[in-house]
Write a protein that binds this ligand. Structure first.
Ligand code: GTP
Ligand code: MG
Length: 194
């Protein structure tokens, strides 16, 4: 996909504040600090559009970005940040669950996991929600540049056993997997246009 424009639209916690038009949305979900913002930036080929930080748990709201004036990327708050206050954690699950449960515009969810670690309990729970709400999803194992080929192969096997066969290896630094993710996005966008 050729990116002609990518702009930040807004941050929002509650449904009332979500954009109201019917443009399709691609959501990015995963553990705090897993590399969601970096993945969004690497897909778009920009730096710093989605904020990246080494402080986990920074992004607490849903962040909407408009791409090519045609569809949106939605950066959902990261879960599982152990030191987040209870209210913040509760808000996460509420906002994210609401979004997964209700959002008609949601065309594809990209579930990001850390290729270095086994899926966490919350990764498994999110996976269950995606299935429960009958959402189309793609699972992406990022930070693959930090592993040897052997380690990566072994960890992908674990991840596929827990989360299904469609787990893709990704690296925002090496841009590994960028084409695969775009192919999946283009497929759902074509279908939602047709
Ligand atoms: P929150 O929004 O705070 O939950 O984090 P996030 O999931 O958006 O993660 P973010 O993209 O901010 O990245 C977290 C840290 O991981 C940063 O220090 C990134 O530079 C690093 N990182 C992200 N993706 C990769 C990757 O593919 N490879 C490597 N080596 N580091 C990465
Ligand atoms: Mg982020």
């Amino acid at each position: 996909m050729r990116i002609t424009s990518a702009t930040f639209v807004k941050s929002a916690f509650v449904e009332n504040d979500w954009p109201r038009d019917s443009k399709p949305e691609i959501a990015f979900l995963g553990r705090s600090n897993v590399g969601k913002s970096s993945l969004i930036n690497s897909l778009l080929g920009v730096r710093g559009l989605a904020r990246t930080s080494s402080t986990p748990g920074r992004t607490q709201a849903l962040n909407f970005f408009l791409i090519n004036d045609k569809f949106r990327f939605v950066d959902l708050p990261g879960y599982g940040y152990a030191r987040a206050p209870k209210e913040v954690k509760a808000k996460w699950s509420e906002a994210a669950k609401d979004y997964l449960a209700m959002r008609k515009q949601l065309a594809l969810s990209i579930h990001i996991v850390d290729s270095r670690h086994e899926p966490t309990k919350q990764d498994l729970q999110l996976h269950d929600w995606l299935r429960h709400y009958d959402r189309r999803y793609l699972t992406v194992a990022t930070k693959s540049d930090k592993l040897s080929n052997n380690e990566l192969r072994r960890n992908l096997d674990y991840a596929r056993a827990a989360l299904g066969n469609g787990v893709l290896a990704y690296s925002s630094i090496e841009r590994r997997g960028v084409d695969d993710v775009w192919r999946a996005i283009e497929t759902v966008l074509k279908q939602s246009a047709g």
